[in-house]
Design a protein around this ligand. Structure first.
Ligand code: SF4
Length: 293
């Protein structure tokens, strides 16, 4: 565990505070949530300023217990999928003039389909209300490895299928005890097999005790799974109760991972201390092969 102050490179500029307040006011109006807020993301202002937001569906309480994650895991009674959520997200996306929308979720192992049907409804409603120019990225759970649910959400034709592996396999027992690394890889492979034209994406944090060799072998494993886009960011412990940070990785190491990832053939490698799954997510639009008018 590092007992050192956060280095300067982890200080995020308080960008777009006014825009952020405006977006949060709108979110409340539509009774919507973003993972940006619940995960205390350092880039909120900047992303909102650029017209990108990550909506969180299926409530704010997760059925898993990842030790790095700030999301609530305490409530025992979980709310059923909100039937108004798809339309609310689509209308707010249109109202905000969003070009790229990311839809994410907590893990809902309590739902027989893991929440897949709600993803389908949200993606379809966004495309119906916002038209063809908007691009939609879904950041899903592992649906407990159920290939049928992966097929179902890919059939709704999101432009990007994202599922985070979060860390190296060796640390899963401590960091993601209810997840399984090979299951996550199989979900990413299944998504690409369902629709080879879809962009697949994954992300992980560093600073949890992994070695550079382990990071490079993780990148190779994700490339072997034909993943197109990677995000790599510094783990920041939400509190002293969460998994401890073991290292604040220097920005030069992030640059090294970026160049190694690009050499391996990833279309996009976002690798820097403050990078998060949806950070600069709209950059991927240039790789989306539908007629964008
Ligand atoms: S599954 Fe996702 S939301 Fe749930 S605890 Fe883990 S990281 Fe957090």
């Amino acid at each position: 565990m590092v007992n050192v102050r956060k280095p300067v490179w982890l200080k995020s500029e308080k960008l777009g505070a006014k825009k952020a307040r405006e977006i949060i006011k709108n979110l409340r109006k539509y009774n919507l949530h973003t993972v940006c807020e619940s995960a205390k993301c350092p880039n909120q202002g900047e992303c909102f300023e650029r017209g990108t937001a990550t909506f969180m569906i299926l409530g704010e309480t997760c059925t898993r217990n990842c030790t790095f994650c700030a999301v609530d895991k305490t409530r025992k009674i979980l709310s059923p999928p909100d039937p108004n959520e798809p339309k609310a997200i689509a209308e707010l996306s249109r109202e905000l003039g969003l070009k790229h929308v990311v839809i994410t979720t907590v893990t809902r192992d309590d739902l027989s389909d893991g929440g897949a049907e709600q993803f389908v409804k949200v993606v379809k409603e966004i495309k119906k209300i916002c038209g063809n120019d908007i691009t939609v990225e879904i950041l899903t759970s592992d649906f407990n490895g159920d290939p049928e649910q992966v097929q179902k959400v890919v059939n709704a034709a999101p432009d990007i299928f994202n599922h985070n592996v979060e860390t190296i396999p060796r640390l899963y027992a401590e960091v993601r005890p209810m997840a399984d690394f090979q299951r996550s890889i199989s979900v990413l492979i299944k998504a690409k097999n369902c629709n080879p034209a879809i962009l697949t994406k994954s992300g992980f944090m560093v600073g949890l005790g992994e070695s550079q060799t382990e990071v490079l072998s993780l990148l190779r494993e994700l490339r072997k799974a034909d993943v197109d886009i990677i995000t790599i960011g510094q783990y920041i412990a939400p509190s002293k109760e969460h998994y401890p940070v073991t290292e604040y990785v220097h920005p030069d190491i992030f640059k090294y991972y970026q160049s190694e990832g690009e050499k391996m053939g990833f279309k996009i490698v976002e690798s820097a201390p403050l990078v998060r799954s949806s950070y600069q997510a709209e950059k991927a639009r240039k790789f989306i092969t539908k007629p964008l008018n």
